[in-house]
Design a protein around this ligand. Structure first.
Ligand SMILES: [Zn+2]
Length: 84
C-alpha cells in the first residue's frame, strides 16, 4: 500500500495596514496574512491542522505573530483607514 501524505501551507492576505515597523522603524504598509496548514493525502488538502496569523513588513520583510483577535482588528482598522 502506497500512501502519500503531508501538510501544505496556504497564505491568504487579510488586509494591509500602515504603521511604523518594529524592525526597520519605517512607516510602511504591513500585510496581515492568515496562514493555514492543511493535512494532505495524495496532495489533496483534507482538513486544517493549524492556523496562524502574522503581519509582514513590506520594507524589511520582518514578521510578527498575531492572535486571531488582532488580525480581525486589523481588518476593521484597515477599513477605517480607507474611509479617512
Ligand atoms: Zn520593517
Amino acid at each position: 500500500m502506497f500512501l502519500l501524505f503531508g501538510t501544505r501551507a496556504s497564505h491568504a492576505l487579510l488586509s494591509v495596514v500602515t504603521f511604523v515597523c518594529g524592525f526597520c522603524g519605517q512607516n510602511v504598509a504591513q500585510q496581515v496574512v492568515k496562514s493555514v496548514n492543511r493535512f494532505t493525502l495524495f496532495f489533496v488538502p483534507l482538513f486544517p491542522v493549524s492556523t496562524r496569523y502574522f503581519v509582514e513588513c513590506s520594507n524589511c520583510g520582518g514578521t510578527t505573530s498575531l492572535t486571531k483577535a488582532q488580525a480581525d482588528n486589523s481588518i476593521a482598522y484597515a477599513q477605517g483607514q480607507r474611509h479617512v
